[in-house]
Design a protein around this ligand. Structure first.
Ligand code: ADP
Ligand code: ZN
Length: 216
């Protein structure tokens, strides 16, 4: 038996990464985040990383052909647990290519989860977002117990601000989302039935609970 296959999407700062990790844990799914995979590639200076870094820092999308190479590789390493796909597809050509790829593997998408958040909330959240340089856990400075300087509550490593989390870049990423990723939502909406939209303005635990409920 194989687990569910879920796509999670939402604007930058919607909390989709945080929710994806939680849903993966709760449902025993593999978490595939193209953002995390790209940041790892950049840190390791792989061929993909060297090509992607500049786009990411500027808040632009990494070209589709590079993303397709990455996703093909990830799907090729399928372990049968099912997965939640976080950050892909972000363009219509990516969505179409994913449909073809999954079809040839006999896999169907069970649900598409969309997290909706107000733009004002996004700018505030992303400005205060910090990531652990070691374990990659994500935090908001407003809710860090010992403050930013105390380091990662999980492993103690220094917290860093993502290079694409500066205000100007956040706004660009939001516009890119509107222009290039929102059409993907219609693509899945038209395919019917499997669409789950949740309000992401509220409390993290409540949002997780709402998503889990909707997936049942
Ligand atoms: P967020 O959800 O906060 O926007 P992610 O971690 O998902 O951030 O992605 C960070 C960056 O990685 C994006 O702004 C983009 O440059 C690149 N990226 C991630 N996934 C894709 C994709 N499917 N297509 C193109 N670029 C991508
Ligand atoms: Zn850490």
């Amino acid at each position: 038996m194989t687990g569910k296959h879920i796509i999670i999407t939402g604007p930058p700062g919607s909390g989709k990464g945080t929710q994806a990790v939680r849903i993966a844990e709760r449902l025993g799914l593999r978490h595939m985040s193209t953002g995390d995979l790209l940041r790892e590639a950049v840190a390791a200076k792989t061929e993909l990383g060297l090509k992607a870094a500049d786009y990411m820092t500027r808040g632009l999308l990494v070209p589709d052909d590079l993303m397709l190479g990455l996703i093909r590789e990830e799907l090729g390493a399928d372990d049968g647990r099912g997965w939640i796909l976080d950050g892909f597809p972000r363009t219509l050509p990516q969505a179409e290519a994913l449909s073809d790829l999954l079809e040839s593997n006999g896999i169907g998408i069970d649900n598409v989860v969309q997290i909706d958040v107000d733009p004002g909330v996004i700018v505030k959240r992303v400005e205060g977002r910090r990531v652990c340089g070691e374990c990659r856990a994500v935090y908001g400075i407003a809710t860090l117990p010992g403050g930013e300087k105390a380091g990662c509550p999980k492993c103690g490593a220094p917290l860093i601000k993502r290079s694409d989390d500066e205000e100007e870049t956040i706004l660009r990423r939001f516009n890119v989302y509107r222009e290039q990723t929102e059409p993907v939502l219609d693509y899945y909406r038209k395919r019917g039935g499997k669409f789950v939209a949740v309000n992401g303005n509220g409390d993290i635990d409540d949002i997780t609970a709402e998503i889990i409920r909707a997936l049942k």
